[in-house]
Ligand binder design. Structure first.
Ligand code: SF4
Ligand code: SF4
Length: 439
């Protein structure tokens, strides 16, 4: 009973702190703008199964991709064992899911095998970060804290896997020493147990109980660290893929407020009606975090900081200041800064800072070629160009600010109806002296 009470209190604290952390982040969604309607559920489930569960994009880098996929699939399998532990902890039962019969054996055996595979993968990830120079993990946006955050999360996952294998090994040995038959299959832990030549049943019981508590408390700790870590993607990557933008990458979304303005201009009768005058004038494009859409903000929260987008960005590769990963991290950081102020003082609160310029410079924004390589490469379908374009739209439409070459093109379109500097009447001048033989 004491165990149940302690467990229930730990679980309550975990849920309490987790809900508090999630609420701190989720409440900022109300300040964001609409994106696209979430329809076509069949298509979305298909994308989720291939990109999230199938880890297809991760495999573009086959070796390291495989290790990442093993960790993801391992989590999917091991979670069943964790659910069982929570039920056991609350009800005082032992291995409550045993009624699943052969399925239980498969779940336990897969969890045991994946615990080893995940541990190996995490050791490789940690070694890469600690001992090798991986260009993808560097950049001005990657501060020391980003690396510390990643290393802490990886270390906790490693400890989770070690405690799981220790728990299974202790269980097998305890049952063996008490003459009872164990339930569930544990292929890896059985091999590990084979190396143990002596010991008392009581010691193995303590080993099992201790690692049981270490494992479950680490899960609780990890769950509460995630909302403050880049590893928040453990929770958000699957929903983010489900909520992917389904249109072709190259198709830019129209701006609703511009469409409305144009329609009003084309129909003068409605242009000055009372209802049209009532429409509040919104800001064109994105200047600050609250101008971004809910999907942009969701993307920024889900970003794993893996750097795959930046590694394929032609602007970044050719030495420009732009890093698509930084754009996502900047939006997240700006919302974290301004969100609490808007909660306190309202959406219109102005702290004399903005996403544009205080976080993302014009130089970065205009370096984007809109090639969409970043969005294509991102393993969780984050779309950076939509945000970059929307900030550029703000610059052009609200501040008339653009690089000289683009301004010249705007002038030409306005004056000549084409991006070139020649008048429309002169378009055929080149053909003036041509003689064309007509047979
Ligand atoms: S769309 Fe822009 S940010 Fe993305 S890869 Fe191309 S140049 Fe880089
Ligand atoms: S935007 Fe996507 S590819 Fe880029 S760092 Fe984040 S998760 Fe990785």
């Amino acid at each position: 009973m004491t165990k149940q009470i302690i467990f229930a209190i730990s679980l309550l604290i975990t849920f309490g702190v987790f809900s508090y952390s999630i609420n701190r982040i989720v409440r900022f969604f109300r300040f964001t703008r609409p994106a696209f309607p979430v329809r076509e559920f069949r298509k979305r489930i298909n994308v989720m199964l291939t990109v999230a569960f199938g880890q297809t994009k991760i495999f573009r880098r086959p070796v390291i991709g495989l290790f990442h996929a093993l960790v993801f699939w391992g989590f999917c399998v091991i979670i069943f064992g964790s659910i069982e532990m929570v039920i056991d902890g609350l009800t005082g039962t032992g291995r409550v899911l045993i009624f699943l019969g052969p399925v239980y054996n498969i779940i336990m055996a897969s969890g045991d095998i994946f615990a080893l595979l995940v541990a190996i993968s995490i050791i490789i990830f940690l070694s890469r970060r600690l001992f090798f120079h991986i260009k993808r993990f560097e950049g001005i946006e990657m501060k020391n804290i980003s690396h510390i955050d990643a290393n802490i999360a990886l270390s906790i996952i490693l400890l989770l896997m070690i405690s799981l294998l220790t728990m299974n090994t202790g269980y097998i040995e305890y049952m063996k020493h008490t003459g009872e038959s164990s339930v569930g299959l544990f292929p890896v832990s059985t091999v590990i147990a084979g190396f143990i030549t002596n010991g008392k049943a009581e010691n193995f019981r303590v080993m099992y109980e201790t690692s049981w508590w270490v494992h479950i408390l680490l899960i609780f700790l990890f769950a509460n660290l995630l909302p403050y870590s880049k590893h928040f993607h453990v929770f958000l990557s699957i929903p983010n893929v489900f909520l992917s933008r389904l249109e072709p990458l190259g198709k830019l979304p129209n701006m609703d407020n511009i469409t409305r303005e144009v329609k009003l201009m084309l129909d003068p009768d409605t242009a000055f009606t009372a209802s049209s005058m009532d429409v509040p004038q919104e800001r064109f494009g994105v200047k600050d975090a609250e101008d971004a859409s809910w999907k942009n903000y969701f993307d920024s929260l889900a970003c794993t900081e893996c750097g795959r987008c930046t590694a394929v960005c032609p602007a970044n590769i050719t030495g420009k200041k732009l890093s698509p990963r930084k754009v996502m991290m900047d939006l997240r950081a700006r919302m974290k800064e301004k969100g609490p102020l808007m909660v306190k003082n309202g959406r219109d609160f102005n702290d004399n800072r903005s996403l544009l310029r205080d976080y993302i410079s014009e130089e970065e924004l205009w370096a984007c070629t809109t090639c969409n390589a970043c969005a294509k490469e991102c393993p969780i379908n984050i779309n950076h160009p939509t945000l970059i374009i929307d900030i550029r739209r703000y610059l052009v439409m609200e501040e008339a600010s653009a690089p000289g070459e683009i301004k010249a093109m705007f002038n030409n379109i306005e004056n000549n109806g084409a991006p070139w500097q020649y008048s429309a009447e002169d378009r055929m001048v080149w053909a003036k002296d041509l003689e064309i033989n007509v047979h």
